[in-house]
Write a protein that binds this ligand. Structure first.
Ligand SMILES: Cc1cc2nc3c(=O)[nH]c(=O)nc-3n(C[C@H](O)[C@H](O)[C@H](O)COP(=O)(O)O)c2cc1C
Length: 160
């Protein structure tokens, strides 16, 4: 079975997951590795990586997913908000809904990814509230992700 790893990464978090996948999967059979590109479509299995934008996958990943036909797909992604499997499940549900009918999702994985400092500064400028405190705490937790444990969990998810 041939495969491709296609990923969209704005600030490097999802790229770390893609790199970990590349190291885990067999070198033989890899047709394509990189940004969304029609060359990947010839593979039997496509690992598609995205970053979360407004609660779903980013536009480049969405456009690529919609161009699939009958491939098997493993979705992987990062999101700024984490520590909550329900949140990840909601995002994955929206992303899976983009898949054309013939494409089959064979697995998925998400973890938290750090956000730019400008986001923390925006939170700091907000009026004090429990929501602001929670967002600042989440930002600081995200700073360490994806970490080694996240990458190990991804590797486990694809070899299952
Ligand atoms: C414009 C923008 C919108 C974002 N929207 C969300 C969002 O809706 N939910 C979320 O959890 N994270 C959101 N994030 C955070 C990113 O998804 C997160 O930092 C991700 O790990 C970035 O991945 P990358 O480094 O591969 O680009 C947003 C980030 C940016 C820059």
């Amino acid at each position: 079975m041939s495969y491709a790893i296609v990923y969209s990464s704005h600030t490097g978090n999802t790229a770390l997951l893609a790199q970990a996948l590349k190291e885990t999967l067999p070198q033989t059979g890899c047709l394509y590795y990189g940004a969304p590109d029609a060359r990947a479509l010839a593979a039997d299995i496509i690992y598609v990586g995205f970053w979360t934008d407004k609660g779903t996958c980013d536009a480049a990943a969405a456009q690529f997913l919609q161009s699939l036909t009958c491939q098997q797909v493993f979705l992987f992604g990062t999101a700024g908000f984490g520590g909550n499997d329900t949140y990840f499940a909601q995002i994955l549900e929206r992303v899976q809904a983009l898949l054309p009918e013939g494409a089959q999702c064979i697995g998925s994985y998400m973890c938290q990814g750090k956000m730019p400092q400008s986001v923390r500064e925006r939170y700091e400028g907000m009026e004090d509230s429990p929501r602001r405190t929670a967002m600042l705490e989440n930002f600081d937790r995200a700073l360490h992700h994806p970490d080694d444990a996240d990458l190990l969990r991804l590797k486990a998810a694809v070899t299952r």
